[in-house]
Write a protein that binds this ligand. Structure first.
Ligand SMILES: [Zn+2]
Length: 184
């Protein structure tokens, strides 16, 4: 009986530590949103594939495509960040076709998935085509040191949280990288 108890205790300890080990291995390479590096590499590739012909009301501010109305503010924000040692870049304007492509990847491939499904039912949440601030050049996904800003502990996020409001940008709380004119 004593031997049995000892075996059960030993087994319980092995299972406990094994579980902890697997849990930590699983967390490796993941950000605080729980998405793996694979997701982000795909996303980076996708965002590199930008439109060749831009609408008249879209211009570039230090390489980021944004609406002409906010271009000066974004230009000043980027210059200010750089003077504080925070070198930012990012992606602003996105075409409707790109938004549709993102919805396919994040929400599913039926017409319902792409055009109707609630953004919150997509992973990650993604605005319906026609309603993304990116499609108006009024949102930016910021990158820092060549990577999308994935965590609130990022030096770049901390800088933006303190300063972006001065240049008319608000953060969408669920997405540390996404800043827009109204936080959506
Ligand atoms: Zn965004």
């Amino acid at each position: 009986m004593r031997n049995l108890r000892r075996s059960v205790s030993t087994l319980a300890i092995i299972v406990l530590f094994g579980g902890l080990l697997l849990f930590n291995l699983n967390r490796e390479g993941r950000d605080d949103l729980g998405w793996g590096d694979d997701y982000w590499e795909q996303f980076d590739d996708f965002e590199d594939d930008v439109a060749d012909v831009l609408p008249d009301d879209i211009t570039t501010a230090q390489g980021i495509r944004v609406h002409v109305d906010i271009a000066d503010d974004i230009d000043q924000l980027l210059t200010h960040a750089r003077s504080d040692g925070v070198e930012l870049n990012g992606y602003g304007y996105r075409t409707n076709e790109q938004q549709v492509e993102l919805r396919k990847r994040h929400c599913g491939t039926t017409d319902f998935d792409i055009f109707e499904k609630s953004p919150s039912e997509c992973s990650p949440p993604t605005a319906r085509p026609g309603s993304s601030r990116h499609e108006r050049g009024r949102a930016i996904d910021f990158r820092y040191a060549g990577r999308t800003i994935k965590t609130r502990s990022s030096e770049a996020f901390v800088w933006l949280a303190e300063n972006a409001g001065d240049y008319g940008l608000k953060n969408l709380p669920s997405e540390p990288w996404h800043w827009s004119v109204d936080g959506r």
